[in-house]
Design a protein around this ligand. Structure first.
Ligand SMILES: *Cc1c(COP(=O)(O)O)cnc(C)c1O
Length: 364
């Protein structure tokens, strides 16, 4: 039996909710699939594959070196382990040894978030001990500075919409503190779109997730200082083994980064053009008023927004959309106001037609 949703008794899913981990985050392009296929069908000297794809990405991103890892989480754990072990093979084999005591990782308190897993868990997996700086609602360069001791191994900064945003020091300010104390600065930019600016801001290691903004397969990327990246590679003999990434995804992800750097993400204009016929079709449905709206945070993202009237509430419609196959997932944040949004970044024309068909059934 060939692969299908039915084979495993799964519902087909249309993801009109955005980049959601619970739905598998991204779909990959034909280009990326071709690279994954080449990876799946051939053998490689694996250590060379790792070094050479890293060198290729480093050149593309104008950084000293890069390493493809299995996820951003693995990137955090292995970066922490690398900066604690500093290239020691003994440490790679005994990552939690008490012969090495310098394990403190300073993290702004407002950055100690749960992105699906607490940041702290990944730091501890790498053998680090989180030392929080500042308070729940603020962290200044001085707050970081006062927590530095001779046991500090690194400073960790989480750049994310999950974190506290107000009264937080910038990446540049964190880099200034790090440099003044000769400490490495790790920036977790897992879901961020800019692959250049945090290195430019002075970070020593920057971590990205493969399937978020980059829209690659399941993977992670660490870029930065050559010596540190080499220490990360050494973790492959230790904790990194449990976070191994396959040759198919190393090649698919590398292709995804290359395409992303060349083409960026889909522009707002293109989304609006794709939305126009979809919105016209939605407006034909009973008790639905549809229009195009820009992202609330002002990003160059456009979505279809529908106002539901009549007997069924927006919440009920959302539930019905998910109930059958295809299960249609939408943005639900404004359901209390009778509004449902469709994010089309991962939705093609055929899927839009399926959404219109299903919604017509539900509203009649
Ligand atoms: C998603 C996310 C991660 C984890 O990325 P994975 O590749 O899924 O491990 C880490 N940090 C932040 C801030 C994230 O948003």
């Amino acid at each position: 039996m060939t692969i299908s949703y039915e084979k495993f008794n799964l519902k087909e899913v249309i993801n009109a909710s955005g980049k959601m981990t619970i739905l598998g985050v991204s779909k990959v392009s034909e280009n990326v699939l071709a690279a994954q296929k080449f990876g799946g069908e051939h053998f490689f000297e694996m250590s060379e594959l790792s070094i050479q794809t890293g060198a290729y990405l480093a050149k593309l991103l104008t950084v000293e070196d890069a390493q493809v890892v299995s996820s951003a989480s693995a990137g955090i754990a292995q970066s922490v382990a690398a900066l604690i072990g500093e290239g020691s093979v003994y440490h790679a084999y005994h990552p939690y040894t008490d012969k090495i005591t310098k394990r403190e990782i300073i993290l702004p308190k407002g950055h100690n978030v749960d992105y699906g897993t607490p940041v702290e868990v990944m730091v501890e997996q790498g053998g680090g001990q989180v030392v929080e700086a500042g308070y729940a609602n603020m962290c200044s360069p001085e707050h970081i500075e006062t927590m530095i001791t001779d046991q500090t191994a690194a400073i960790l900064y989480i750049k994310s919409h999950h974190t506290v945003q107000k009264s937080m020091l910038s990446v540049e300010e964190a880099a200034t503190v790090a440099k003044a104390h000769k400490l490495p600065l790790i920036v977790d930019a897992a879901a961020e779109e800019d692959l250049f600016k945090y290195i430019e801001a002075g970070a020593d290691l920057v971590i990205y997730s493969g399937a978020k903004a980059i829209e690659g397969p399941s993977a992670g990327l660490v870029i930065g200082k050559k010596a540190y990246i080499e220490w990360i590679r050494l973790q492959g003999k230790g904790i990194g083994r449990a976070m191994k990434i396959g040759k198919d995804n190393i090649l698919g992800f590398t292709q995804a980064v290359e395409d992303y750097v060349k083409n960026g993400s889909e522009a707002g204009d293109s989304m609006q053009a794709r939305l126009a016929p979809f919105i016209a079709a939605l407006n034909q449905i009973n008790n639905i008023e549809a229009k195009s709206v820009q992202d609330g945070a002002g990003r160059d993202i456009y979505r279809a927004s529908i106002k539901v009237s009549g007997e069924k509430s927006a919440k009920a419609v959302i539930q019905e959309l998910k109930a059958e196959s295809p299960a249609i997932y939408t943005r639900e944040y404004q359901a209390n106001n009778g509004i449902i949004e469709f994010d089309i970044r991962s939705v093609n024309e055929e899927e839009m037609t399926k959404i219109v068909t299903r919604l017509t059934e539900i509203m009649n």
